[in-house]
Design a binder for this molecule. Structure first.
Ligand SMILES: [Cu+2]
Length: 123
């Protein structure tokens, strides 16, 4: 499965292009590595946790769980907005449907990052 964490780009295009060239060597963003549910997962029961693992601490500033219909579901966080490598949040009991989790965060190197993943609950 493809990872979708990416830097929130604010730099002009030319700078962004240069950054892509040297990205691997010069920048050490904290990256989204593994999520639960996995991106594209179809679950036979609603998830009792939503989690995101990072390769280096990430301070999650925004986390949003929305249904396909656009309803937002509250997630119970326990990270106290501190940088974590294993972010976990507790969703309410979710009805059947498709959901997307979107997050924004501050990488250990100070860069603003964001990512998203989707899953389906189909009992
Ligand atoms: Cu970075």
């Amino acid at each position: 499965m493809k990872h979708r964490a990416k830097r929130v780009r604010r730099a002009p295009a030319i700078v962004a292009a240069m950054m892509v060239v040297v990205a691997g060597a010069a920048f050490a963003h904290s990256k989204q590595e593994v999520t639960f549910p996995h991106d594209g997962a179809v679950l036979a029961a609603p998830p009792d946790v939503v989690s995101i693992e990072f390769d280096a601490p990430m301070r999650i500033t925004v986390i949003r769980l929305t249904s396909e219909a656009g309803d937002t579901f509250e997630l119970g966080r326990s990270d106290d907005m501190q940088p974590v490598t294993d972010f976990r949040a507790i969703p309410p009991a979710l009805p059947n449907g498709r959901y997307t989790v979107e997050w924004r965060g501050l990488s250990a190197d100070g860069h603003a990052m964001k990512g998203r993943f989707s899953f389906e609950v189909a009992r």
